[in-house]
Design a protein around this ligand. Structure first.
Ligand code: UDP
Length: 254
């Protein structure tokens, strides 16, 4: 089990300082502790690499609450994560400052989305075991799929030390897939696929970072198959906020 360095766990009196990064949905702030950042989940929503943008009131609080519950669950099940504690607002959390690895790691339980477009296959085919693939995280390049051989050829650019670290991220993501399946079943929800990101601590350790929320997962009601994630926004459904609200209510009322 991962244990966090003792000195970074002293959160009392920690202060939010300057905004150091504003992403599509999240803002990252420095804090009075050099080892810790504060991440605020905002109500901003975007799709198609920023082509479609809007604001969904309450999304920041929902996503932060959901992601925090998931990160705690994963940490309890042996996945090392950046989460260290609740932040100064209901939409924020304190995390370990890590250098991000520029890869998005996709875990799939069933076919959907870009996988189906790429291979012209139907949605909903179940994989025998969690299917893991990588994309290169770059808005300029359009987050293209990247295979192991290419990652291995570009280790420095990918901020990796060796090929075993590719195996490690793949292993963590397959394990996370099984844990997320179990987590969401408790709330009558099926997970179809998801995206995770990893970062590196000063001591070299690779840990799970970013968020796991309805913005980064495909989630459907177990009984009806109703979509409860960002696909409602991507597909211009009339009530894109419904998934965030519904999932938060299920988590809070359990
Ligand atoms: N995903 C994400 N950020 C991205 C791309 C994908 O969070 O930049 C998530 C997406 O919400 C889905 C999973 O990763 O749960 C797989 O997405 P896919 O590769 O099918 O791409 P998409 O169809 O979302 O473009």
């Amino acid at each position: 089990m991962y244990s966090k360095p003792k000195e970074v766990l002293k959160l009392e009196g920690i202060k939010r300082l300057d905004l150091i990064h504003s992403g599509k949905a999240n803002d990252v702030f420095a804090t009075s502790n050099a080892f810790i950042y504060e991440i605020e989940s905002t109500d901003r929503v975007s799709a198609g690499n920023g082509a479609k943008k809007d604001v969904i009131p309450g999304k920041g609080v929902s996503n932060n609450t959901i992601s925090t519950a998931i990160f705690k669950y994963l940490a309890d099940h042996g996945i090392p994560t950046h989460f260290v504690g609740d932040g100064t607002t209901p939409a924020s959390k304190f995390v370990l400052a890590a250098d991000m690895i520029p890869l998005e790691v996709i875990g799939r339980l069933k076919t959907a989305g870009s996988f189906c477009k790429r291979y012209e296959c139907p949605e909903g085919i179940e994989f025998d075991e969690p299917f893991v693939e990588f994309t290169y995280k770059s808005d300029n390049a359009g987050d293209p799929p990247i295979d192991r051989k290419t990652i291995a050829a570009l280790l420095d650019q990918m901020q990796l030390e060796n090929e075993r670290e590719i195996d490690l991220m793949e292993f963590y993501t397959a394990h996370i897939a099984e844990l997320l399946q179990e987590f969401w079943l408790n709330f009558g929800v099926e997970i179809i696929d998801f995206k995770v990101e990893f970062g590196r601590l000063e001591n070299g350790e690779i840990i799970l970072c970013d968020e796991i929320s309805p913005d980064t997962c495909r989630l459907v009601d177990l009984e009806t198959g109703e979509k409860l994630d960002k696909d409602r926004f991507r597909e211009n459904m009339k009530d894109p906020e419904k998934g965030y609200n519904e999932l938060l209510a299920r988590l809070c009322n359990s």
